[in-house]
Design a protein around this ligand. Structure first.
Ligand code: PHE
Length: 455
């Protein structure tokens, strides 16, 4: 049976951009840029996207379209049924499972903040009180589980709808809405007194603010933000027609993702500076600092509703792709129906997310932190984004660069592409630049190479 394909090119682009644009862009990128001093970090991040993310994105889409399969099957088709490369596919499925389990908890916070904003939660509250609401929320296990379950149900519902009627249809609705909200918020920021200071913070690199840990974080974040290293792009690529231009598609998706991350900074930093807040507030930047600021602006509760809706929509289109990787794996390898696969895997992911939802409350898993130095939530995030994604991405680059049949790769690269002549350059980057950089990054992480503290 022929594999289902995206109904339109724009549908695919919006779905892939939807996967890439997520909490990573709007919640995480501004705060890690803030913590790492702004401009110089942003510069390293841009270089990582261009030099590492972009070539790996082409490789993933190519593996998916070439094999018409989800990650594990893709490797067994390309490398052989008995090949160990299948493990790369398995790492991908496991990573999707782990990321979605805690991603959904953060997405749940956004849903919670949408409702809180509708209820005008900052009314008559001091900045300290508004700040402490986030701590109250993260310590409220029951509320976290509630929103986590709502978010997972929506995600499962959309994935059950299928590639065209679920993923593509919803990406076509949510992504334009997301973009409109972003533009409205950026325009609002332009009129803030701190706008120029915000621009300077994001775009004027101060190299002295950069640390080795910051560089590592920028490279790691390139994988997370582009949904690379775990087969999300591979799986979306498997629904692509042979007529599509993979190089062009990758340029578009990488550019949209970067544009939106920068727009998120242009929303957040001008507001932060206008009110004299610190840009390095860390993970609480979106959930603590931003609501305080909105509470002091006319029309702030409307802006607040919009901002958290933006976060929730961005998270949803990414969560769909995470669940799709796991679901597609069980459809392809065990022949399950889509409904069965999405329901069973989605429920398991929901359950695995419960300890993350409870991580802020001290009454369960309290010894976890003593043993692993991080709570359950942070441990999962650390494992997935610092290790599993970069490792998965590195192995994919090595496979495509060195082990796959060059003729097959060349044929798939040039198929439908106007940029076939770039094949040699791309292969060079994939063979040398990506592995060398990634190995250095991973060696720093295990502490074999050392400068500065680990983040
Ligand atoms: N790219 C998404 C984000 O930036 C997260 C994600 C990672 C989605 C890996 C799918 C796969 O939020």
């Amino acid at each position: 049976m022929a594999r289902v394909q995206w109904a339109s090119r724009i549908g695919f682009v919006l779905a892939a951009a939807g996967s890439a644009v997520g909490l990573g862009n709007i919640w995480k990128f501004p705060y890690i840029a803030g913590v790492n001093g702004g401009g110089a970090f942003v510069l390293i991040y841009l270089v990582s996207i261009a030099l590492i993310g972009f070539p790996i994105m082409i490789a993933e889409l190519l593996l998916g379209r070439g094999t018409q399969s989800s990650p594990v099957m893709a490797f067994s088709k390309m490398a052989g049924e008995e090949s160990n490369w299948k493990a790369v596919g398995w790492i991908g499925v496991a990573t999707g499972f782990i990321i979605l389990s805690y991603y959904s908890v953060v997405a749940g916070w956004s849903l919670n903040y949408v409702l809180m904003s509708i209820c005008d939660f900052t009314n008559d509250k001091s900045p300290e009180q508004i700040n402490s609401l986030f701590d109250t929320l993260s310590a409220s296990g029951g509320i976290n589980i509630f929103w986590h379950s709502i978010f997972m149900l929506i995600t499962i519902g959309i994935v059950i709808g299928g590639v065209r009627k679920g993923i593509e249809k919803w990406s076509k609705i949510l992504m334009p809405v997301l973009f409109v909200i972003l533009v409205v918020l950026v325009v609002r920021s332009i009129f803030m007194p701190g706008f120029m200071q915000g621009i300077e913070f994001v775009f004027a690199p101060d190299l002295s603010a950069l640390t080795a840990a910051g560089v590592l974080e920028a490279v790691g974040h390139a994988f997370f933000t582009l949904s690379l290293g775990m087969g999300a792009m591979l799986t979306y690529g498997s629904y692509l027609s042979k007529k599509e231009d993979l190089v062009k598609a990758s340029v578009v998706v990488c550019s949209l993702d970067t544009l939106i991350a920068l727009m998120a900074c242009l929303i957040i930093f001008p507001i932060v500076f206008s009110f004299g807040f610190a840009p390095n507030a860390g993970p609480g930047l979106a959930f603590k600092t931003i609501p305080v600021v909105f509470s002091q602006i006319i029309g702030g509760s409307l802006l607040s509703i919009l901002f958290f809706l933006l976060l929730a929509f961005a998270a949803l289109t990414s969560a769909i792709s995470l669940l799709e990787v796991v679901t597609a794996h069980f459809i392809d390898s065990l022949g399950w129906t889509r409904k069965k696969a999405a329901l069973i895997t989605g429920s398991l992911i929901f359950m695995f997310g419960i300890p993350s939802a409870l991580s802020g409350s001290k009454w369960i898993f309290s010894e976890w932190e003593d043993l692993f130095t991080k709570n359950f939530f942070d441990t999962m995030d650390y494992l997935a984004t610092n290790w599993m994604l970069p490792l998965g991405g590195l192995l994919m680059a090595i496979y495509v660069g060195w082990f796959a049949k060059k003729a097959t790769i060349r044929a798939e690269f040039t198929q439908g592409s106007k940029y076939g002549s770039l094949f040699g350059a791309w292969l060079f980057v994939l063979r040398f630049i990506v592995p060398i950089t990634m190995v250095v990054v991973l060696l720093y992480k295990v502490g074999i190479l050392q400068v500065g503290p680990e983040s």
